[in-house]
Design a protein around this ligand. Structure first.
Ligand SMILES: NC(=O)C1=CN([C@@H]2O[C@H](COP(=O)(O)OP(=O)(O)OC[C@H]3O[C@@H](n4cnc5c(N)ncnc54)[C@H](OP(=O)(O)O)[C@@H]3O)[C@@H](O)[C@H]2O)C=CC1
Ligand SMILES: O=C(CO)[C@H](O)[C@H](O)COP(=O)(O)O
Length: 485
């Protein structure tokens, strides 16, 4: 038997960016001895050579890795989501024993997590699907952690995760989200909100750049100033850094030499696909996903551009007033994006039987993760004041914040439309707000159309029951049953 057998209290599989940094984070905490393993041993060897201080117990075979773990064993998987994760889970599950814990910290699809938890728990092994956000730096210094799985597994795992998590106002950014796939579901929505937030910031930049004609370096100062107000957030902070950056090869602003086609790994699309299944309108998130798709169709963009002979003249604005308007529009649109994200969390919790504490979710997003922001304290307060609000837009603070920015928001969206600057995020957020704010919606006409062509029936404003008009007959109305076709 090897001298390292049973010496590690925790293990990490997957030594790419996230796993290696998470392993270093774990190793830096008092009392931890961390076992590490990667499919290709080169990554493990490199990490061992670069970080002798971590005292890792390294293995080059899965058998040695499992043997190096003290019982009951706990291993965190940080590998490519999908097939890679399934491969590692099955290798561990073959070797683990009842009572051991397998944690998947990757960006798994929560439907996969539900399936995996069912399979693995049948063997008596705990399976904990855990969202981890914060990228490389968060993994190393303290991420925001969103674990699912059983309460029993969390008893063992919770203190370990709390020891490596980011800390916000004295509290570790980790909470047991709910059973089976709840953690990965909430991480998915986190990423959807991340997409929306990034798109809104990008639109604010585009408007300022195109309409006020300020340079990226000047705009970096605007974003830096915004970062000390109610927009204070990691994403605003890094936006200023990206805008400040100058390309060493050309001397041009970095943002001007990057191809304007945004990539996506899929979690934003999952957020929208699941929102559609749940019947939750998340237009701001959807527009952010679609904006990346539009940008990534250069053939369509150039074909349409070739047909256009002139573009609208940019509206003249007072630069400082317009920048203030954009700041207000950004804040209001951001409130909408978070309101939609939390609506999806509420709908998902109902659908899948999770008891998700919305305030606790907002709390653990205050540090460590990509969407960390001052603003999240307001969401914590909103749910503390009333856990049953139907929308964050109903909360008195957010209602008043959005109302006070409303005129500016409308000026920004109309100026963008007149100037030909695309604002799918701002525009969709404003339309969503107006939809909720309108006393009557044209949905009544849609119901009439549905009844006309398909006898889909409708309800009346003045009487209980379900009705159909005999459109192809004498157009009289009959009481009927709801249509099932
Ligand atoms: N990068 C980020 O900022 C964030 C990433 N995540 C998630 O964390 C996880 C890890 O991300 P990241 O560190 O970027 O790494 P990658 O997603 O790039 O995955 C690379 C790792 O997966 C391993 N791997 C891939 N396929 C297999 C397989 N079939 N069997 C065994 N191992 C396999 C690789 O091993 P090998 O070296 O042998 O190829 C390598 O260790 C992912 O699920 C990702 O979505 C979550 C939050 C942020
Ligand atoms: O999970 C993350 C942070 O929370 C990743 O950074 C995110 O997956 C990046 O996504 P995309 O490549 O789709 O922009």
């Amino acid at each position: 038997m090897s001298s390292t057998a049973g010496t590690a209290n925790i293990g990490v599989v997957g030594m790419a960016v996230m796993g290696s940094n998470l392993a270093r984070n774990l190793a830096s905490r008092e009392g931890n001895t961390v076992a590490i393993f990667n499919r290709s041993p080169e990554r493990t060897r490199k990490l061992m050579a670069e970080h002798p201080e971590a005292g890792f117990v390294a293995s080059e075979s899965i058998d040695d890795f499992v043997a190096s773990l003290a019982k009951p064993r706990t291993a965190i998987i940080m590998v490519q989501a999908g097939a890679g994760t399934d491969a590692v889970i099955s290798e561990l599950a073959e070797r683990f024993e009842p009572g051991d814990i397998i944690v998947d910290g990757g960006n798994a699809n929560f439907h996969d997590t539900i399936r995996r938890e069912k399979d693995i728990s049948a063997k008596g092994i705990h399976f904990v699907g855990t969202g981890i956000s914060g990228g490389e730096e968060g993994a190393l210094n303290g991420p925001s952690i969103m674990p699912g799985g059983t309460a029993e597994a969390y008893k063992t795992l919770g203190p370990i995760l709390a020891s490596i998590a980011a800390v916000a106002e004295g509290e570790p950014c980790v909470t047991h989200i709910g059973t089976d796939g709840a953690g990965h579901f909430v991480k998915m929505v986190h990423n959807g909100i991340e997409y929306a937030d990034m798109q809104l910031i990008a639109e604010a930049y585009d408007l300022l750049r195109t309409i006020t004609k300020r340079s990226p370096a000047e705009l970096a100062e605007v974003f830096t100033a915004w970062n000390s107000g109610d927009l204070e957030s990691y994403l605003i902070e890094i936006t200023a850094e990206v805008l400040k950056q100058v390309d060493a090869k050309t001397g041009k602003p970095f943002v001007d030499i990057v191809l304007d086609q945004a990539g996506a790994k899929g979690t934003g699309a999952w957020t929208v696909q699941n929102a559609l299944d749940l019947g939750t309108p998340v237009g701001g998130i959807a527009e952010a996903v679609f904006a990346r798709s539009v940008s990534s169709h250069p053939e369509q963009r150039s074909a349409v551009q070739a047909t256009i002979t002139s573009r609208p003249t940019v509206v003249e604005v007072d630069v400082d007033t317009f920048a203030d308007d954009i700041r207000a529009a950004l804040y209001a649109s951001k409130v909408v994006a978070y309101a939609q994200g939390f609506d999806e969390i509420i709908a998902g919790a109902k659908q899948y039987g999770w008891d998700i504490d919305k305030g606790a979710v907002a709390k653990i997003w205050r540090a460590g993760c990509i969407i960390r922001a001052q603003f999240l304290n307001r969401i914590v307060e909103a749910y503390q004041n009333n856990p049953d609000i139907t929308s964050l837009l109903e909360d008195p603070y957010f209602a008043s914040a959005v109302a006070s920015g409303e005129e500016a928001w409308r000026r920004v969206v109309s100026t963008a439309a007149l100037s030909g600057v695309p604002v799918p995020g701002f525009g969709s957020a404003l339309s969503y707000y107006d939809s909720l704010a309108s006393k009557r919606l044209p949905a009544a006409l849609v119901q009439g159309q549905r009844d006309f062509f398909g006898a889909h029936t409708y309800k009346r404003v003045d009487e209980e029951g379900v009705f159909h008009t005999l459109w192809s007959g004498d157009r009289s109305e009959i009481a009927t049953e709801p249509s099932t076709h």
